[in-house]
Design a protein around this ligand. Structure first.
Ligand SMILES: NC(=O)c1ccc[n+]([C@@H]2O[C@H](COP(=O)([O-])OP(=O)(O)OC[C@H]3O[C@@H](n4cnc5c(N)ncnc54)[C@H](OP(=O)(O)O)[C@@H]3O)[C@@H](O)[C@H]2O)c1
Length: 336
């Protein structure tokens, strides 16, 4: 049986998604972006990946975050994305803001990791092939490399833009001093850094305390938060144990040992606060990150459209009363 051609929802830009300007740039990003780190690799059913991506786009999510090694099966999330692009999204390419990255281990030997020009140049070409794209909207250095001269990594980013393989560049997880150097270098080479990407959530506020967020905002660079739900901890996913198929049940990036009974008690308190705001815990956790005006967008992961449907409602209620904020901070006292 041939599959019906996908037609995006006519009301996708009137369905409630909000868009924020990305630093001092012409780009607006949806406050919720969709991440492909988990659940889009070769072990995930293609039909589910397709449903999630279509649901996202039909609800105004135009920003998709990938990296060369997302899977599991390095490269397979990009391959899934490529198949979905070919089968469903080709007519909508100009409505999409697509990101990929290189910086972590991708292929064996000395040229498939870190920040050399050799690695980044080869990786972007591989990513474009897998994703079946002519260019990505943003290409990131996925991590700071203490051994490669920063100029080498940054010049490779500049040249990737000059060669038309990406429209913008970004950096992810760079320490604050290197971040400032990167902003200056990129600006002086006519390729201002569009986005800084790092972890930011209720349980991990390092970017707010170590100056990363302020530096980005002073430089006119947007900030996009990853793991805004702490990989699912800041949701109802683990309130009654560890469900089969959940990320903690796989024990790779989120380990069962992290879910101590003390932590879960605190999460229960947060859940009650969320309910008093008429939100789910996932919604409240995302709203909290978005309440920081230095944040352009949060990248959520999900393993079902139901989770995404829950999470996107966060954009409706991003303000908090001082009393709510102090209840949240009290619930997490001593651990953040
Ligand atoms: N730059 C970097 O170094 C870096 C690092 C990490 C991530 N990222 C990017 O950020 C994206 C998001 O990271 P993340 O996946 O850790 O994000 P996250 O949004 O903190 O966690 C996602 C997980 O939370 C659970 N979940 C999501 N919505 C839920 C809901 N409404 N109710 C209950 N559970 C829910 C799901 O777990 P289950 O799968 O168990 O259902 C989902 O897979 C990645 O896909 C990637 O694009 C970038």
């Amino acid at each position: 049986m041939t599959e019906a051609i996908y037609k995006a929802a006519d009301d996708r830009y009137e369905s409630g998604m909000r868009y924020s300007r990305c630093g001092r740039s012409g780009i607006l990003l949806p406050q919720i972006s969709l991440g492909f780190w988990h659940n889009f690799g070769e072990t995930s059913p293609l039909s589910r990946s397709k449903d999630i991506m279509r649901f996202a786009f039909d609800h105004g999510i135009t920003s998709f975050d990938l990296a060369n090694n997302y899977g599991p099966g390095y490269g397979t999330a990009e391959e899934t994305f490529g198949q979905l692009m070919r089968k469903s999204f080709r007519p909508y390419r100009d409505e999409m803001f697509i990101a990929t990255k290189a910086g972590y281990d991708m292929w064996p030997g000395p040229y498939g990791n870190w920040g050399s020009r050799k690695y980044l140049m080869a990786s972007i070409d591989q990513s474009l092939r897998r994703m079946e794209l002519d260019y990505v909207d943003i290409f990131y250095s996925h991590r700071y490399d203490p051994s490669t001269p920063l100029e080498e990594t940054l010049q490779a980013l500049v040249d990737i833009v000059r060669r038309g393989k990406a429209l913008y560049v970004g950096i992810s997880r760079w320490p604050v001093e290197a971040e400032r150097f990167a902003f200056d270098y990129l600006r002086s080479h006519d390729t201002p850094c569009l986005l800084f990407q790092d972890r930011y959530n209720l349980l991990d506020r390092r970017v707010a305390s170590d100056g990363v967020l302020d530096s980005a905002s002073e430089a006119g660079c947007g900030f996009i938060a990853f793991s805004p739900l702490a990989q699912g901890i800041l949701t109802d996913r683990y309130l009654n144990g560890i469900p089969e198929g959940s990320r903690a049940s796989e024990g790779k990036f989120l380990k069962a040992e992290q879910l101590t009974s003390e932590l879960i008690d605190r999460i229960r308190t947060l859940d009650a606060i969320a309910r008093s705001r008429s939100q789910s815990l996932a919604e409240m956790a995302l709203s909290w990150v978005l309440s920081d005006k230095r944040v352009t967008s949060v990248i959520v992961g999900c393993s079902s459209t139901a989770q995404l449907a829950d999470s996107i409602k966060a954009v409706d209620k991003t303000s908090f009363t001082p009393a709510e904020l102090s209840l949240i901070d009290k619930a997490l006292e001593g651990i953040v």
